[in-house]
Design a protein around this ligand. Sequence first.
Ligand code: MG
Length: 206
Amino acid sequence: MNDSTRPGKIVCVGRNYRAHAKELGNEVPAEPLIFLKPPSSVIRTGAEIVLPTVSSQVEYEGEIGVVIGTRLSRVDEADARRGIRGIVALNDVTARDLQRSDGQWTRAKGFDTFCPVGSEVPAPADLHSLEVTTRVNGSVRQHASASEMVFAIPMLLAYISSIMTLEPGDRVATGTPSGVGRLDVRDVVEVQVAGSLVRNSVAAAG
Ligand code: MG
């Protein structure tokens, strides 16, 4: 991927669907739980997700990704909504064992190839109409609607903008629904959101 298409940052939201928080034994947070993935983790469709040797439990997390169009700093929800440039399918690939053992999620979420992102499509007028579907080897593993989110997209963007300025091209990953699961070598995982699809095979390191 070249630098002109690499986002400045990827802000992610954790535990934003009740059923997913529950499946991992967590409560839904009282306010959005956010973390970052590094721009160096981004790959496009067709590139391989590489399993790091230090993890034995790498999992997919299909998510609705938002692409920022205008600079957002301490905005309200209406301005946040107007600042959306597009939508992408995004896979927040996670080394679940390292996420549990580290406490901080930077390593578990930050390996090279751990952020497959699909091509950008226009945002629909009704953001609640967005759906995310994850398939592994052709079988549907996750399927949910944005209407099931604990915190809706404009609220998330306004909240994040109260902490850090969102710049054009930044991506926001809005959380994964229930159904997360393990990836093994030679699996093919795809995440679809509206007309954006990202499909990647899984490879061993080295
Ligand atoms: Mg996630």
